[in-house]
Ligand binder design. Sequence first.
Ligand code: BGC
Length: 468
Amino acid sequence: MNTTFKYTANTPAIQPMGYKSAVFFVCLVGALGGLLFGLDQGFIGNSLETIKTVYQLNTDGAEHYSAILATGGILGALLSGIFARILGRKRSLILAGLTFTIASVGSAFLPSLFLLTLARFFLGFGVGVASFVTPLYLSETAPASIRGSMGTLFQLMITIGIFAIALSNVYIVKTFTNPHVSLSLMFLVIAVFAFCMLLGSLFLPESPRWLMLKGREDQARSALNKVLTSAAEINLEINEIKRVIHEEQSSPIRLLMKGTFIKVLLIGVFLQIFQQLVGINVMIYYSPTIFGYADMKGLIGMMAVPTVNMLFTIPAVFLVDKWGRKKLLIVGAIMMGLSMFAAGFAFHHIDQMAGAAVHASDKTMLLTAIIVYIFGFAFSWGPVAWLVCSEIFPLKGREMGMTITTMVNWTFAGLVMRYSLSFMENYGRSTLFYIFSGLSIVAIIFVKFAVPETKRMRLEELEEKLKS
Ligand code: BGC
């Protein structure tokens, strides 16, 4: 595939000739990490009733089982920074693949509730590692001119995972009447993809930036040789990485004390906080319940959100390097702000009717609002928050920066999943949607004034820009 390459003011004049096929293998296997993230994130929606039947759980027990994924995710994110630094990016991806495989195969045997819960904790752990290492690996290994698009592949794979598991769980539940058989099959679907990731990651090249950090220049050159086409490009990349490593000699703790690092860290942290506080996982986990409040049960309630989420992540892959990150974030947040306001308004009206049949106009408004909201998230905040977090940190502080921002993402995801249904019961359904709408507006202001544009910059150039 040939590509045009847009020069930034600082980009030395080297014209890439095209991409090697290894680039696509790298991106595909790396993106399988995203797929497993999605399979586990989207698993609960259409399987919870079966789990409740097989394990005789009440709502509380079911919630506990669902939420343990976020706890595993936080631990996975915490340790993955250390894994990525000590073991390297490739072996961390292998570790994630192995964890996914063992935990999903183990769950398919329908062990005791304790072991099943432990397995979900480890699935969360794998997701935490994958959600940290995958964007890091892709951003360090894909050539600069397609780095944005390849980074968004990670998000595309998350949404494909959420969609695929929603669909396959519905299919399994409708086809097999025995809940034990259904549940085993649901876990086996995850196991198949987990095994593919494990197998694929064994053949990946290691990240050249990590190899350089470990002083293995020869290996870094041969890794770059797999993805870049000319010796000039390889030399340029090697020299830039060297220069930055030389300049960034400080230890992680000393780094934390640096003003620039703190500034960049805060940008990443708030991006991840806003990514969750605009309410995405309320839709991913509870959209069937929310549509149910408005008398919209059945296939639309089960499949609308995962389908729209997946379809509208596709434009992001192309737009992220064309429009740039900031524009996408701002346009997406405007769409989310307006649509959440409309959803709040629809619920306000539904609640005023107190018990009467829900008006068709309210149903249409709610459905449209949620579809527009998911559209707005899918082509912007979904991919771009992760992408920017993988791009803004200086090389020496990248693992620490991404560990912290990934943990923040999981913590706020967990909070939203844990409390939003009861919040709606206690404070009114429209209130929660109005809050999400307000937070989307705050997110716009934050992006406008605090987030740097990272489109088509070499990671090293970006470090220079952020320092100044
Ligand atoms: C978020 C997840 C969310 C998913 C939905 C990701 O970017 O981090 O929390 O479930 O998008 O597609």
